[in-house]
Design a binder for this molecule. Structure first.
Ligand SMILES: [Zn+2]
Ligand SMILES: [Zn+2]
Length: 315
């Protein structure tokens, strides 16, 4: 289920041992169309494989939760907690985003643009029964902040520190989406992406924003956000470039896959013939960290405690 989000959207995918996951993409604006204090709708118009279908909200939530997380090798207790968390954030995200595609005649699409929704998983996933019970236990429940549905962004692995939507995409700050340390002992992953200077030039030339003009002599993080993520990267070479860390990640991921540069929480070092990017985490790092949430569930944390950690102040 490797998904390549469009443009600046972020990826998250299956973690080798732990999670299947998707990503929540960057909202262009945090707006809530219609009545901002509205309740939870009974149904959603979902575009599934190009066809618009009207689906009961909790059926959509079940399909989305199963598409977004697979707690392989976790106990039933932990899996139940993980699916309660995922059901609440999937339902909330759907409510917050409903209407995003209104001009096209539906509420949400089935891709990572909104939330991954692969209804076939309801029949095929071995976690279906656990997820279905979790959806039923949480029915009608969404997270709100100041009475508005919260924008429950989430990602696969924060690498040890979450970040804000403002730092990730330049969007509006939201009090319940802070940059926070995530002490979830040993569960955050590290990764490396190495390439020769010639390979870097080829990859970066695929996009006008990062085209270094035939030669790359330097690749330098010029600015970091509060979480340590590379906000800006300088490309030195035939044509100097200054790009955001997310742009660099998106361009490389589009060419080399979601598991090349997996997050912007990275250092760049020169090698004898090119550059290596050494990083932590997977995904944009905003909101709930799925590996951290799973570690908390394993440690006995309640659904409420997990949500309160990643969306502080939302109720
Ligand atoms: Zn969409
Ligand atoms: Zn984390």
């Amino acid at each position: 289920m490797t998904r390549f989000p469009k443009r600046r959207h972020v990826v998250a995918t299956v973690l080798s041992t732990v999670l299947g996951l998707a990503i929540a993409c960057a909202p262009s604006t945090a707006r809530f169309p219609g009545d901002v204090t509205r309740g939870v709708p009974a149904r959603l118009r979902v575009q599934v494989s190009g066809q618009v279908r009207t689906i009961a909200l909790d059926d959509y939530v079940l399909g989305a939760a199963l598409s977004e997380v697979t707690p392989v090798s976790e106990s039933n207790r932990v899996a139940a907690t993980v699916y309660e968390v995922q059901a609440i954030i999937a339902r909330t995200y759907a409510v917050a985003q409903a209407g995003r595609h209104a001009p096209e005649g539906f509420d949400v699409c089935d891709r990572t643009h909104c939330q991954l929704y692969e209804p076939a998983r309801i029949a095929t996933s071995r976690f279906s029964a656990i997820a279905r019970a979790a959806v039923a236990r949480t029915t009608g429940r969404i997270l709100r902040f100041n009475s508005l549905p919260a924008l429950t962004l989430f990602h696969s692995d924060c690498g040890g520190h979450t970040t804000t939507p403002t730092a990730a995409w330049g969007g509006a700050a939201l009090a319940y989406l802070p940059a926070r340390q995530d002490e979830a002992g040993g569960t955050h992953r590290t990764w490396q992406f190495s390439a020769t200077a010639e390979e870097w030039v080829r990859v970066l030339a695929s996009d006008a924003r990062t085209d270094p003009g035939g030669r790359l002599s330097g690749l330098i993080v010029s600015q970091r956000d509060a979480s340590g993520r590379a906000s800006w990267v300088r490309l030195e070479g035939g044509r100097g470039r200054h790009v955001t860390g997310e742009t660099l990640r998106a361009v490389v991921a589009a060419q080399r896959g979601a598991r090349s540069i997996m997050s912007t929480l990275f250092e760049i070092e020169p090698t004898p013939n090119g550059f290596v990017v050494k990083g932590r985490g997977f995904g944009h790092g905003v909101g709930l960290c799925q590996v951290g949430a799973m570690a908390r569930a394993r440690g006995g944390a309640s659904v409420t405690a997990i949500l309160a950690h990643y969306y502080p102040g939302a109720r």
